[in-house]
Design a protein around this ligand. Structure first.
Ligand SMILES: [Zn+2]
Length: 317
């Protein structure tokens, strides 16, 4: 797919400067380094986009001491600092945290009246590709560090190393690396129709492409055929890769695939999805125009929206 890297969170072109990772701790205090800040996975944003601060900014007094070195931008190292230990004064609505629905903004007293922490899925389509890549990388990495503080081999507390791209165990000397979990998300077509489904708990009328985690020992193609059969009872023949999207909620790599159905009858697995249906190209055009009586489109910024939009426009090649 020629325009694969125009999906949200792709095409940022970040220079990850791996050769600087061993000296990241020293670079963190360089005056020309820049720091992005996240609170509970929410990047600090202002009207212009992602906020980059100098390493001596007072807000960083509230950050965890281990910063991540994300890469190099305009010749300077860019770090990410985690402010999750800070408690906002106006934390009235924390129930929606880590959900698509979180519209709350948190303002830190060191930046009064200025930027605020915002849910990444709510602002992702406003970011430049580079800002999106920096934010997604930082969010995924902080989530990984938070849930991998102990060595998976021997259980000892491990230490962050290499600018956050590694954790080392001093007891058994194992090195651990950040993980990304592959997920297949598939545009399954049969003639002029595409297969969509909805999961329990989704906003009313929202339908999207079927998706599922790739299992150990499985190819992307096999995962597509298995997931579609399990969830909808539809058999899939030829499968091909279209585009991928890093999706740091918390650590997925969405692999957008196209598959041709060889059967049409739908039998859903109610444990996995609530409904699945075939939608014609004409109906999907109505969905995207907001004029379909029963279906709302997949969320903008998500790869499902991207794939469906390009299927409609006949731009999958
Ligand atoms: Zn160990």
């Amino acid at each position: 797919m020629k325009i694969a890297e125009t999906v949200t969170f792709a095409g940022g072109g970040l220079d990850r400067a791996a050769e600087w990772r061993a000296t990241a701790a020293d670079r963190a205090r360089h005056a020309d380094s820049r720091v992005i800040v996240l609170w509970q996975g929410k990047p600090l944003m202002d009207d212009a986009g992602l906020v980059m601060l100098p390493p001596d900014h007072p807000i960083l007094d509230d950050a965890a001491p281990d910063w991540l070195m994300l890469g190099r931008v305009d010749g300077a190292a860019v770090f990410a600092a985690d402010l999750s230990g800070w408690t906002p004064q106006d934390d009235a609505d924390t129930g929606a945290l880590n959900s698509f629905m979180d519209a709350s903004l948190q303002v830190h007293p060191a930046l009064p009246g200025g930027p605020a922490f915002a849910e990444l899925r709510g602002v992702m389509t406003r970011l430049t590709p580079l800002e999106a890549e920096l934010s997604a990388t930082a969010r995924a990495m902080f989530m990984w560090h938070a849930s991998h503080r102990f060595c998976a081999n021997c259980g000892t507390a491990s230490d962050l190393a290499m600018g956050g791209w590694q954790r080392n165990c001093q007891t058994c000397e194992r090195h651990h690396f950040p993980r990304t979990d592959p997920v297949v998300i598939m545009l399954i077509t049969h003639g002029n129709s595409v297969l969509v489904g909805r999961s329990p708990g989704w906003p009313e009328r929202m339908y999207s492409l079927l998706a599922g985690f790739v299992e150990p020992g499985e190819t992307l193609e096999a995962a597509v055929r298995r997931e579609v059969l399990e969830e909808s009872g539809v058999c899939v023949g030829p499968v091909r890769y279209l585009a991928s999207q890093p999706w740091p909620f918390p650590a997925s790599l969405m692999c957008g695939m196209a598959g041709e159905a060889t059967s049409r009858e739908i039998t859903i697995d109610p444990a996995e999805i609530e409904d699945a249906r075939w939608v014609t190209r004409e109906e999907m055009a109505e969905v995207f125009a907001g004029q379909h009586p029963q279906i709302n489109p997949a969320r903008k910024g998500a790869i499902a929206h991207f794939l469906l939009e390009n299927w409609l426009a006949d731009r999958l090649d």
